[in-house]
Design a protein around this ligand. Structure first.
Ligand SMILES: [Zn+2]
Length: 281
């Protein structure tokens, strides 16, 4: 079993707000057509080159948007060609940059109806969890239909509603082609896997989240629906959740350093166990 967690970033919000360049990380390829482009090591964002247009899976926080733009340029991609932004969930670290990025690119912003409502109802638990953060509210342009494939250029994406961490957390799956064998590969990012919003203490202060979300999270992580998806390359929404930074720069079409089907079920086991711990099971 080759799944392991990555290093924690100490005091990420402090650093992000005052010294974001200390988190800077050059972009790198992780899968066919797919690049880590958040520009920093705390939270991931992935650029998918769909041919006709570029797709961004999560946009990161507003504070590191300049690093994300630079990461795209470094790879030779013009960020103004980003046509769609797929948001995994409504927390500032994954979509704080969305409003500004949409203004710069004209990209269409997609998210779940549940998290669009969460964004509206609970600014203090989504974009404004810390008073030092810059808050740029937004409404999505489009809402996901969970489980319905969505073709963008040459890549098919499937969003799947996987609530728990937020009411409308969405996991994203996309199909690419192995550049050497020509066979299909499934890439996945499990949206919002952190148990920090699933503790009893959190529920006592939250205006929007309830313990049934934690039960749903455990049921999904342990259920057949997610496990039966043959995910070839599992990407973390935060690199501390799944180690990928140990292979930065090692991507090659024939070696596929992130291709490992054991990671997806092992990661589901890991997050289910952590949520069960919060539940006291
Ligand atoms: Zn989150």
């Amino acid at each position: 079993m080759t799944f392991k967690t990555g290093a924690q970033v100490p005091h990420p919000v402090d650093t992000l707000v005052w010294r974001p360049w200390e988190l800077a990380l050059a972009p790198f390829q992780v899968a066919p057509r797919t690049y880590y482009v958040s520009g920093q090591r705390w939270v991931g964002a992935y650029l998918v080159d769909a041919g006709a247009e570029l797709v961004l899976v999560d946009a990161g926080p507003a504070e590191s948007l300049y690093l994300l733009l630079d990461a795209n340029w470094q790879l030779g991609f013009d960020p103004r060609c980003i046509g769609k932004i797929f948001v995994s969930h409504a927390h500032f670290d994954h979509c704080g940059a969305v409003a500004q990025l949409r203004a710069l690119t004209g990209a269409e912003v997609w998210m779940s109806a549940e998290d669009a409502a969460f964004l509206r109802a609970c600014p203090a638990e989504t974009l404004g969890v810390d008073p030092r953060l810059a808050v740029f509210p937004f409404e999505p342009d489009r809402l996901y239909a969970s489980g319905e494939p969505l073709r963008v250029g040459e890549v098919v994406f499937t969003p799947l509603l996987t609530p728990g961490h937020t009411p409308g957390c969405t996991s994203l799956f996309w199909q690419v082609t192995h550049p050497v064998t020509g066979g299909p590969l499934t890439v996945a990012m499990r949206g919002g896997a952190g148990v920090n919003t699933m503790s009893d203490a959190y529920y006592t202060t939250s205006a929007c989240l309830t313990p049934d979300l934690r039960d749903r999270f455990i049921a999904d992580a342990e259920g057949e629906k997610l496990r039966s998806i043959p995910v070839d390359i599992t990407l973390p929404s935060h690199p501390n959740q799944i180690e990928i930074l140990d292979r930065v720069g090692s991507y090659a079409p024939d070696s596929q350093p992130y291709l490992d089907r054991a990671v997806w079920p092992a990661f589901l086991d890991f997050i289910a166990a952590r949520a069960r711990q919060e539940r006291g099971w």
